[in-house]
Design a protein around this ligand. Sequence first.
Ligand SMILES: [Fe+2]
Length: 194
Amino acid sequence: MSFELPELPYSTDALAPWISKETLELHHGKHHKAYVDNLNGLVAGTELESKSLEEIVRTAAPGPIFNNAAQIWNHTFYFESLSPNAGGEPSGTLAGRIASDFGSFADFRAKFSETAVKTFGAGWAWLVRKPDGTLAIVSTSNAATPLTGEDIPLLTCDVWEHAYYVDYRNRRAEYVEKFWNLVDWEKIENRFGE
Ligand SMILES: [Fe+2]
């Protein structure tokens, strides 16, 4: 058994103008694919071949196997968080939870954006549901992912330079601002309700 690159849930030109076709072709077709190819090479002939991706992420020691497995998982989660003609605000219980934990949707969005922009170097900004049910915004470095802890990830923004450099050069804050046009809140609400 080998791991496979998941299809994008939309065409490579669907997120333009916020994320270009060129960026998605590189980000999904080259970077995401490379993590899959690397992991397949690393686990070939080992007992890890029969494990699920999530199992590997949750149990692997720090190193190349963890890094590639976690990056596969993080990217799939990121691409599935986005959709053309999305954006806006969540509704239902998630909207209420955001209002009670952050003050308002605008306050949440500002805090998440700040976390994404200030993440040092390569990494990810996340909205997570804590074990006590409250929401939190966290930042992880490189391949690190909430999946290894107890928090349930709901939304992520990839702030590795490869996510935005083609479209925004060094202007990470502008990429994060446009990212909100693409967040599929229906998907995030489903994750929250799971
Ligand atoms: Fe990425």
